[in-house]
Write a protein that binds this ligand. Structure first.
Ligand SMILES: [Zn+2]
Length: 603
């Protein structure tokens, strides 16, 4: 039995945002032990070079200093030594995100990949992590929230925790500070939510709603063999949103307004968004944390790992996250159709869908989706949104073509049994071959056109087959997300195809759509708006300025580009019908309504 590695993390200087992290190796590599920080964090496909936050390192053995040489951007090698070797790193932690490390005098958070180096060559050894309290001078009642197994720590307290290996060590994010806990059971598995940053909330309602949601999901793919606990780790900010999945927990961030107060009974749009986030990360505990692309088994955290399958793991998860809200009865079918129509609207407004397939979007996530600039929307498509619509189209195609005998649910169950329960990793064409073998349908054309190609999804017809009418309309203003009929009956403003944003008192063009009047006239991202037909133009008044004109009008748009005044002739066009809402047709044929009810789990 190899000796466990002993890690210790101390919030040593909260005011300076510094953690001290040490790792003691009982049997270091006799040729010189290497310690390496990951370059990226599983679930977030961007090279982050986490070692860049290391501000000091040293090593010691048996009380003596051991030489340490930096060998590349992420690694240090100790001089050969025999006695147990300890490497100590000081780490600057000021990244308040779900995938970072943060520390101040009020609380701390870390994703293990940001603070714990791997002991190269011994990554499969057990890892123990002692989480030490901050210096007494910071005051307050700090507690600890993590899904890591307790070794000698009491529940929610400082002490020593344990993980089977390095991969597990960095799969348990940790929050410390004044945390509020809620607990509930799902299928006999203890679940908890740990909330930092807000206490005036209806914890009982949150626990009740999450337990219904989790129950539905566990009933769907079944309880993973090693799922013996689960923790939602939530940080609440005035404005924030995000999540990162883990095997036994998820690290979440939301805004104060997203959480229900005692006495609230409605599901507000904000609370629905929060429940959707929890649903998304929980679904990942199957789809990407246990069942994952073959190319991620195991993860190579030193370099990019390209796979064309991210749309399966993020897109299908994005499809099921909202679907489980309606299937568990937390939202109504009408509310679900509103969310679906908003996703259709987002994709419809992204011209990049004609340029990039979801397979390419997945493969290039590292250098394109995660490195977007203001013009990216014209050239790339999100494997989340388009991926979720492909999942919808695949589900409805299977239901329709098989006469209701099969659905995407059956495909996912088979994928789970072949790649999830076995830990085998999904080959690049794994989903496609399982979809064909489970349903007996010829789906090559579907995958060629919509996954490997940029074909437009036949959603209108597919939704019609479950008694849902699709309506497209023009956007009423810049804040119109779709999902509902037009909020006012005025005709839409003529279309410029560019959006302004306010920065340092200036109104700057933040987006210019491909093939729009603005692009055709030569307006560029970053141009400062000055006037439209001689009248001052700004982010605040662009809608009313445009409304003074008609489609087909030729207008003069004046801008500053790098301090040069430029005049452009722009021919305004009709606004595109890119905004969707969906209507359930209850007069539809009974078999269509029955299939819709089966799909949404309505009786
Ligand atoms: Zn996700």
């Amino acid at each position: 039995m190899p000796e466990p590695h002993l890690y210790k993390i101390t919030p040593s200087d909260p005011a300076a945002h510094l953690y001290e992290v040490s790792v003691t190796v009982t049997r270091p590599d006799p040729t010189g032990q290497v310690f390496e920080f990951p370059a990226w964090i599983p679930g977030s496909y961007l090279i982050r070079d986490l070692a860049r936050h290391v501000v000091a390192v040293r090593a010691e053995a048996d009380g003596d200093k051991v030489g340490l040489t930096k060998t590349d951007k992420s690694s240090w090698q100790a001089d050969p030594c025999e006695a147990p070797l300890t490497m100590v790193a000081e780490i600057y932690a000021f990244d308040l995100s779900v995938r970072g490390a943060y520390l101040d005098t009020v609380h701390g958070f870390f994703d293990g990949a940001c603070v714990c180096p791997t002991v190269v060559g011994q990554a499969s050894n057990e890892c123990r992590l002692e989480i030490a309290p901050p210096p007494p001078t910071v005051g307050g009642d700090w507690r600890v929230a993590t899904s890591m197994r307790q070794l000698d720590a009491e529940a929610y307290e400082f002490g020593t925790y344990v993980a089977d290996d390095y991969a597990e060590l960095i799969d348990h994010p940790v929050e410390m500070g004044d945390i509020h806990f809620g607990e509930f059971d799902v299928a006999g598995i203890p679940h908890a939510i740990a909330i930092f940053g807000e206490m005036h909330i209806d914890m009982a309602r949150i626990c009740h709603d999450l337990s219904r949601l989790c129950e539905q999901q566990i009933a769907f793919l079944g309880k993973p063999a090693n799922l013996d606990r689960y923790l939602f780790l939530l940080s609440v900010k005035e404005n924030g949103y995000g999540g990162l999945e883990h095997r036994w927990s998820s690290s979440l961030m939301c805004s104060r307004k997203d959480l229900p107060r005692r006495g609230d009974t409605k599901v507000s749009d904000d609370y629905r968004k929060f429940l959707g986030l929890c649903s998304h990360e929980y679904f990942h505990l199957w789809n990407v944390k246990r069942m994952k692309p073959e190319r991620f088994t195991p993860y190579d955290l030193a370099a990019e790992t390209n796979t064309g399958l991210l749309w399966v793991f993020e897109g299908i998860t994005s499809y099921y996250d909202d679907l489980f809200l309606v299937r568990s009865g937390l939202i109504t079918p009408k509310s679900f159709l509103e969310l679906l129509a908003q996703t259709i609207t987002r994709v419809e407004r992204t011209r990049g869908r004609h340029r990039q397939s979801v397979e390419e979007s997945s493969f290039d996530a590292w250098t394109r989706f995660y490195k977007q600039d203001a013009g990216s929307g014209n050239f790339i498509i999100s494997y989340y949104t388009k991926g979720s619509l492909i999942a919808l189209a695949l589900d409805l195609t299977i239901r329709k073509e098989s006469g209701g005998r099969f659905s995407l649910d059956d495909v996912m169950k088979e994928c789970w049994s072949q790649y999830g329960e076995t830990g085998k990793g999904m080959p690049e064409r794994g989903l496609e071959s399982i979809a064909r073998s489970v349903t007996g349908l010829e789906l090559v054309d579907f995958f060629d056109r919509f996954v490997r190609g940029t074909g437009e999804l036949p959603l209108h017809g597919l939704l019609k087959a479950v008694g849902i009418d699709t309506r497209m309309r023009q956007a009423t203003n810049g804040k119109d997300l779709g999902g509902k009929p037009a909020s006012d009956d005025r005709k839409a403003a003529p279309w410029l195809g560019a959006a302004l944003t306010k920065r340092e008192g200036m109104s700057l063009f933040a987006r210019v759509h491909a093939d729009s009047p603005a692009e055709n006239a030569g307006i560029a991202i970053g141009d400062e708006a000055v006037a439209l037909d001689g009248l001052r133009l700004s982010a605040e008044n662009i809608d009313s300025r445009l409304r003074a004109h008609h489609e087909g009008d030729s207008v003069t748009l004046t801008v500053f580009r790098d301090h040069n005044l430029m005049r452009h002739r722009v021919v305004l066009a009709a606004a595109p019908e890119d905004t969707c809402y969906l209507l359930a047709d209850d007069e539809a044929d009974a078999t269509l309504v029955a299939e819709r009810n089966r799909w949404l789990n309505q009786s």
